[in-house]
Design a protein around this ligand. Structure first.
Ligand SMILES: O=C(CO)[C@@H](O)[C@H](O)[C@H](O)[C@H](O)COP(=O)(O)O
Ligand SMILES: [Zn+2]
Length: 188
């Protein structure tokens, strides 16, 4: 098949088919953790790099704004939006520290961290998980490939069965939206 559009679309379809067959249970568990976190008055903190930074912000905004149902605003926070914090921490401590230092500053016991990395290996995400574990946060990963180093730190690592970064990212935003729908069902 030579047609680029057909290839991209079929790659997406193949990936989502595998996700439907294998990931319903772990996704439900991750959503349950998010619902429990919010019902307890804790917050959901998200982070990732590149396209995954955009996903983190997108999902946080579904919580503070709204997803589909009219409900109160919910505490969702992306660690990718404060350019002063990102540049100060990056400049003074190194890029690998941009998320863990913010987790140390902002996260509390019982908060849920959602770290997004298609490789599962981005160091700043892993470092944030380490600090979150020490604080007593719940930890969910959105990853792909073999789950990478994230496997070691996550309560639930949602590993998309694909090696293709964009296809993995497309499943991540679907996970985010599905979790938001489950939150709407439970908290509206
Ligand atoms: O959006 C894309 C590719 O689709 C890129 O910006 C991608 O997110 C970046 O290369 C990231 O640095 C990849 O990091 P990760 O997913 O391995 O943690
Ligand atoms: Zn991208």
């Amino acid at each position: 098949m030579n047609n680029t559009i057909q290839k991209e679309f079929l790659g997406h379809l193949e990936t989502i088919q595998k996700v439907i067959e294998t990931m319903e249970e772990p996704l439900q568990k991750a959503a349950n953790l998010a619902v429990e976190t919010l019902k307890n008055g804790n917050k959901v903190i998200l982070f990732g790099n590149g396209g995954s930074a955009a996903d983190a912000q997108h999902i946080a905004a579904e919580l503070t704004g709204r997803y589909k149902t009219e409900r109160r605003g919910l505490p969702g926070l992306a660690l990718t939006t404060d350019t002063s914090a990102l540049t100060a921490i990056g400049n003074d401590y190194g890029y690998d520290r941009v998320f863990d230092r913010q987790v140390e500053s902002l996260a509390q016991k019982g908060d849920l961290l959602i770290g997004i990395s298609t490789s599962g290996n981005s160091k700043n995400v892993i470092n944030a998980f380490k600090v979150g574990q020490e604080i007593g946060c719940k930890i969910v990963g959105f990853s792909g490939r073999d789950g990478g180093a994230m496997n070691e730190y996550c309560d639930i690592n949602l590993v998309v069965p694909s090696n293709d970064t964009p296809r993995i990212q497309e499943m991540h935003i679907l996970f985010g939206h599905t979790i938001c729908q489950i939150i709407d069902n439970e908290l509206s």
